[in-house]
Every structure is written in structure tokens, then in C-alpha cells.
Write a protein that binds this ligand. Structure first.
Ligand code: ARG
Ligand code: GLU
Length: 732
């Protein structure tokens, strides 16, 4: 009995989309409408996506190529995460005007700062173009021919679709090329920074709290899109006017309760829901541990340096943020996969697939062939992982790559250009060389040593072949390289001609990089890798098609591919481990509990503390009233006295069961009426395996409560004029 039960529950996980799992295509949302309404939604699928009238879709934008934003005013004002706007906030920061540390608020339109290179893309409409894309592809068409035909068709279809318009068209494959959708987009390029909280609000908790719940990060920033006089995209001009979006989001001040329906509307980047057991094994148990170990080494040294001085903290901050982001996520992912027995689950599903495919020759061979392709791919994939996480870890090796390139340059004019670039880079690099080289040397030696020990750096051959001698060799390379000698390097570059290339290649660091590169990027090896990868993609197409035939009643969702999607679920806490229950929301009290003036990540702004002390939350806080009664007996009379207590709290974040991934950062989290209640910005650590496997008990997205965001803008920053542009709705 127990066995059968196990089998059924595993089957449920691998077979079909679970409750709350899925990132759905807006155009096809009609298929989910009944389910969404049953879950509490009070609007219709057409309110979310409709090509005949303005709808919620028109309020959503793709922020560059990796985050989501949403319009909150009729004047082009939009919200996204602080970590999405990060590089633009940094770009405009100087020591005198450190917007990153202190925050930035445009108090009038003319203070808004242009952000060259930043784009805000609106989806105009989408279309299923599968038939047109596959026009000319038949059962006999070879893979090579198929690729050529598809490419040609895509070019023709997209060109025709936007002819005579200012739109851009893009076609993306779904389900590994079983389906194709075309996206017609409008790309705005005059985007200006309007507001950002100080780092100790926008990044409160830093990397310590990253990927974790309970969370207290005020992860938002604000921008405004400007357009030409015709409201169409225009490149920056001071004559441009605020863009008038077809739709902007109304904001609900009602907040959320546990169990409430929510949905997330944005641009998830990548998921791999349908891959085989081999792929899950490779990612979770082979690649992730390598990456984690090598990044642990780097983080140890950077973190140590960052604690030495504010200057070093600034120097490494953004590098460490990105190294640590993956490092932490992969740990959660691997643990989650193993807790779920993800590999076994997949194997079990695969054996049922084989059983089903027994009499279907087109499907029967797919899995064995894919298994064989993974055997070809795996060793090279592992080698490339070492290459990217160890060889590319130190500045010395990254610089060596540039010098190797210079050494191979045989055109004198190009060489001069390259030399000038390197000189410029060196001016910066050698500024704080004394401090930095301690960090970089340790990272170089330890990462390369780790790679050597794993057997992936055979070129580090010493006579005795023991660890201590390899370490010595690496230290010697670091200390003797010309690249680490400012004076000698300068005079070498000053007199550089293409004839100097030979000498440069003999530099120990350049020579080492050359060996590592030549081994990793051996052309034959790369060809094998590419072939294996292409085979897997082609086989996945058939495998997934079979999966759908095998389960005709299941509404499959396509893997995330940075196209607009809807995920829905409800507000819910979870039990991360034995004996612990996490409530679904956090408050300003939690910020005060975490406060520690000695730890960078937990410094609280005096102004925020002041507002907290006064409970001065304006209309954004929650007031709870409790009534106490005391009964007094007086002879045969009883008197009841009532005293009321009111307490005020400021909500900060909440979690829900929406299926999200990287790219969903900044996505609006909406309530049953389609009103904005928060900004998505993270997932809980215990649920990060959801890119591969979704588990409703553990997978939660983390949302910044919109009320905290408005409170910071209005009460903390005194930028109430920005809130005045918005439409706030309260049922109370
Ligand atoms: N984990 C979030 C995401 O994947 C936030 C990352 C930025 N924040 C940070 N502390 N590094 O984008
Ligand atoms: N922080 C992520 C982003 O930048 C979102 C978190 C996730 O991966 O779900 O998109």
C-alpha cells in the first residue's frame, strides 16, 4: 500500500503541472481562466491580455533584457527592483553624489537622469506562427535543412510583420521548437532615473539575506519613459515628453492575507522543466558542487578584503553581489533537488515513458539516444565549468587573456589600439595594486590548485607532482609575471610592436592561460560538444511532443524564455525544516530586530528609525485595534469597562506560491482585482530548484509589499509628488 502511494505522489510531480506551478502564455490564458477564478481571481483573462483594447499587458515592460517593470502613472512612471536599476544608480553616483549609498529622488521632472542604453519594451501583441515557421519542413527534412528553412521563414515573417511600422518583431521557439510565437514589440529608449532608496533600504540584508525568507529588503527603484511628441519611442531629447502608457496599474492599499489569490505578470528568463534525469544529475550533482566550491574560495578572499575598509567594500561590492547570487542559489537548488529525489523522480517518469512508447517507434529511441548524447556532452561540460569558474576567476588570468590576444595580433595598427586599451586598464588596475594583489594572488593560486587537484589542469606539471610543489609553481607564476609588474609592463607596452608578441607569449601567466585555453577550446572537442548539444535539443523536441501525447489532458506550460508570462498562486507560509514554520509576511519590526550598526548589511537609516519610533506610517501602515474588557462586580450590579488598544505596523514583504524565476525581478504582483500589491524580487532558498522541479510545499516567490515602497517614497524620502501621480485604491 505504501509503495503504491509513493508511486502515485511521484507520478503527480513529474506528470503534470502542479497546483501553482506554471508560467502561462498571456494569449492562451483563457485555458487557465476558470482555474484562476476558482482560485479567487475576480477579473477575466481578457482583462490581462487582449489585442482589441488596452489591458494589463500594456502596463508591463521588459527592463533591458533581464528584468520587468510596470507603469504606475499615466505619465510614464514605472517601478522595478533596486537590483535591476543598480547599474544605472551606480553609473550616476560619484563620491560627492553617492546615490547608491544615499538614495536619489528627482524632486522635479528636470532632475530626472537620462540612462543611455536602457530600454523599456512593451509587447504590442503576440501570435502563434508555428505553421508559417515550419512551412517547408516535412517528416523527411534533415535537421540541417530544418534549421535553414526555419531561419529563412523567421526572417521573412518578422520583416513582413513590422513593415512600415516602428515596431520590432521577434520569434521564439516553445517546447524546443514544437511551437513558435511571434512578439511584436515597441522599444522605448529615452528612460530616466526618477528615484532609488539608499542601499541600506534597497539592499537591506545584502547578500546575507539574499534568497532568504524572512526578508526585509526595500528592493525598488523608479524610472520614467519619455517619448516623442507623437507618444512613440524616440531617442533622448530634452524636448521629449513623458510617455502616456495605454494602461497603468492601479495600486491597492488593502494588502494581503494568507490564502489570498495573487498573480505575477512579467518576463521569466529560463527554466528547464522537461529535461531528463541525466540533465538534472549533471546540473545539481556535478556542475553545481564545482561552481559552489570554486566560488567559496573567491568569496572568502573578497569578503575578507571588504571588511578591511570602506574603499575595498565599494571596490568589490558589485562583483561579489553577482558571484554570491549564483553561489547561494545553486546550493539551495542542489539541496532541493536531492530532497525531492529529483533524479530518481525523473528516472521513474522515464521508465513509464518508455513503457508508453513501446509500440511507437518515433518515440521509443529518443531517451536512449539522449542518454548517449549526455555521455558525450558531460565530460566537456564539466571541463568548461572548471574553465569558467577557475581559469576565469582571477584578474591575472582574465588579464592574461587580453595579453594573449595582443600577442596574436599581427596588424600593427590594431596592436597599437590594443596596447592603448591595456595601458588605460592598467592605470586603473595598478591604483590600489598593493591591497588588491593579495586578494587576487590567493584567488589565482587556490582556484587553479583546486582545478589541478581535480585533474583538469594537467599542464601544471611539476617534477614531484605533489600539491605543495604545484602551489609553489603557481605562486611563482603570479610573482614573476610581467603583468604584475607595473613599471616593467609599462615600458614593455611603450615599446610594443607586433614582434614583441613572441616574448609576451613566454610570460608565465600568458603562457599558462594559453595552455588552459588551448586545452578547453580544442576545436575537435568543441565540435563534439556542439554536436551533442544540438542532438539533445533535437531529441528534446520529440521527447516533449511524446510527453504531451502521453498526457493529453494536461495543460502543459512552456519553459520560460524571456517572454511575457502569467504565474498565479496564493499567499502562503511554509515549513523550511523540522520544527520551523515561516509566516507569509514581514514587517518593519523585523528590520528593527535585524538592526546592527556594526554590520554593513544591517545598518538602519536614522530617518527610518524615527518614523518607526513614532509609528508614523501615514496611510500605508496597518492599524490593529484590540478591545479589552474588565468586569467589575458592585453589589448585585456588574459593570463592564472597555479599553481599546491600537497598534500600528508597517508591512514590508510577503511570500506566495507563484512560480517565478530570474527575469521576474521587478514584476508586478497583483491581487484578485488586478491591482498592484507588490514587486516580485526573489525566491526562497529552499525553493530555488523550481527552475527544474517545482514543489508546492517549498517554492515561494518573495514580494516587496507595495505599501512599504510607497511609505519609503512618501514618508521617508518626502517625494510624495510621485505618489500623487499614482492611483491608490483602498476599500477601507
Ligand atoms: N536573488 C535575487 C536575484 O536573483 C536578487 C539578487 C541581487 N541581490 C543581491 N543581494 N545580490 O536577482
Ligand atoms: N532576483 C531574481 C531576478 O533578478 C528573481 C529571483 C528569482 O530567480 O526568482 O530576476
Amino acid at each position: 500500500m505504501k509503495k503504491i502511494f509513493m508511486f502515485l505522489s511521484l507520478a503527480a510531480l513529474t506528470f503534470s503541472a502542479l497546483a501553482d506551478e506554471g508560467m502561462w502564455i498571456p494569449m492562451l490564458l483563457g485555458r487557465n481562466e476558470a482555474d484562476m477564478q476558482k482560485a479567487g481571481m475576480r477579473i477575466t483573462a481578457k482583462d490581462i491580455y487582449d489585442i482589441n483594447k488596452a489591458c494589463l499587458k500594456d502596463a508591463i515592460l521588459l527592463f533591458n533584457q533581464g528584468c520587468t517593470g510596470e507603469y504606475v502613472s499615466g505619465e510614464g512612471l514605472f517601478l522595478t527592483n533596486h537590483h535591476c536599476g543598480y547599474s544605472y544608480i551606480t553609473m550616476h553616483s560619484t563620491v560627492e553624489h553617492d546615490y547608491l549609498t544615499n538614495g536619489f529622488w528627482a524632486m522635479s521632472r528636470d532632475q530626472e537622469i537620462p540612462c543611455p542604453g536602457l530600454t523599456a519594451t512593451r509587447l504590442v501583441r503576440m501570435e502563434d506562427v508555428t505553421a508559417q515557421v515550419l512551412d517547408g519542413v516535412g517528416p523527411e527534412t534533415s535537421e540541417g535543412e530544418r534549421a535553414t528553412i526555419v531561419e529563412r521563414n523567421i526572417k521573412r515573417i518578422t520583416e513582413r510583420a513590422v513593415e512600415g511600422t516602428h515596431y520590432k518583431a521577434i520569434i521564439k521557439p516553445f517546447y524546443y521548437g514544437n511551437q513558435y510565437f511571434m512578439y511584436i514589440n515597441e522599444v522605448f529608449t529615452d528612460v530616466r532615473l526618477v528615484g532609488a532608496p539608499p542601499s541600506n533600504i534597497g539592499k537591506f540584508g545584502g547578500d546575507t539575506d539574499n534568497w532568504m525568507w524572512p526578508r526585509h529588503t526595500g528592493d525598488f527603484s523608479m524610472f520614467r519613459v519619455y517619448a516623442g511628441a507623437d507618444n512613440k519611442p524616440a531617442s533622448y531629447s530634452k524636448d521629449n515628453r513623458p510617455y502616456k502608457p495605454l494602461k497603468f496599474l492601479e495600486i491597492s492599499l488593502d494588502g494581503v492575507n494568507e490564502g489570498d489569490f495573487t498573480f505575477v505578470f512579467g518576463y521569466p528568463g529560463t527554466t528547464q522543466r522537461y529535461v531528463t534525469s541525466d540533465a538534472v544529475e549533471l546540473a545539481a550533482n556535478i556542475e553545481n558542487p564545482i561552481r559552489i566550491d570554486l566560488r567559496t574560495i573567491r568569496l572568502k578572499h573578497y569578503n575578507h578584503a571588504m571588511n578591511q575598509s570602506p574603499a575595498q567594500r565599494l571596490k568589490y561590492a558589485s562583483k561579489v553581489a553577482s558571484i554570491a547570487n549564483g553561489w547561494k542559489k545553486w546550493q539551495g537548488e542542489t539541496q532541493g533537488i536531492n530532497r525531492l529525489k529529483g533524479v530518481e523522480q525523473k528516472r521513474e517518469f522515464e521508465s513509464r515513458y518508455q513503457e508508453w512508447a513501446k509500440d511507437k517507434p518515433q518515440y521509443y529511441n529518443v531517451l536512449p539516444q539522449m542518454h548517449e548524447a549526455y555521455d558525450r556532452l558531460r565530460p566537456i561540460e564539466v571541463e568548461l565549468t572548471y574553465y569558467s569558474e577557475a581559469v576565469r576567476a582571477s584578474d591575472l588570468m582574465q588579464r592574461a587573456q587580453a595579453y594573449r590576444q595582443l600577442a596574436q595580433e599581427d596588424d600593427e595598427v590594431s596592436a597599437v589600439g590594443a596596447v592603448n586599451k591595456l595601458k588605460e586598464a592598467n592605470d586603473k588596475y595598478f591604483k590600489d595594486f598593493e591591497q588588491h594583489t593579495v586578494v587576487d594572488r590567493a584567488i589565482f593560486v587556490e582556484t587553479m590548485l583546486y582545478m589541478w587537484q581535480a585533474g583538469y589542469a594537467p599542464y601544471l606539471n611539476t617534477k614531484t607532482g605533489d600539491r605543495a610543489s604545484v602551489q609553489k609553481q603557481l605562486e611563482k607564476i603570479y610573482d614573476e609575471s610581467l603583468l604584475n609588474n607595473e613599471k616593467k609592463l609599462r615600458s614593455f607596452l611603450d615599446s610594443y610592436t607586433v614582434k614583441s608578441g613572441k616574448k609576451l607569449m613566454k610570460d608565465p601567466a600568458v603562457a599558462l592561460f594559453d595552455q588552459a585555453y588551448t586545452l578547453a577550446y580544442d576545436p575537435q572537442k568543441l565540435a563534439t560538444y556542439r554536436r551533442a548539444y544540438a542532438d539533445i535539443q533535437r531529441l528534446m523536441r520529440t521527447y516533449v511532443k511524446g510527453m504531451m501525447e502521453m498526457q493529453p489532458d494536461v495543460n502543459f506550460f512552456p519553459d520560460a524564455n524571456l517572454t511575457l508570462r502569467v504565474a498565479y498562486g496564493h499567499v502562503e507560509g511554509f515549513r523550511p525544516r523540522d520544527g520551523v514554520y515561516y509566516k507569509p509576511y514581514s514587517t518593519l519590526e523585523g528590520i528593527m530586530q535585524k538592526e546592527n550598526p556594526d554590520i554593513y548589511d544591517y545598518v538602519v537609516e536614522p530617518k527610518l528609525k524615527e518614523l518607526y519610533a513614532l509609528r508614523d506610517y501615514g496611510r500605508y501602515g496597518i492599524t490593529t485595534t484590540t478591545v479589552d474588557s474588565t468586569v467589575i462586580e458592585n453589589g448585585n450590579e456588574t459593570i463592564t469597562n472597555y479599553t481599546t488598544h491600537t497598534s500600528k505596523t508597517m508591512p514590508v514583504g510577503f511570500i506566495a506560491t507563484n512560480h517565478t524565476t530570474g527575469g521576474n525581478s521587478g514584476s508586478p504582483v497583483l491581487n484578485a482585482d488586478g491591482r498592484l500589491i507588490g514587486l516580485n524580487f526573489d525566491r526562497v532558498w529552499e525553493g530555488t530548484m523550481s527552475d527544474l522541479l517545482f514543489d508546492p510545499d517549498y517554492c515561494r516567490n518573495i514580494t516587496l509589499d507595495i505599501r512599504y515602497c510607497l511609505f519609503i517614497i512618501d514618508k521617508f524620502a518626502g517625494a510624495g509628488h510621485l505618489v500623487d501621480e499614482m492611483t491608490l485604491v483602498s476599500s477601507k
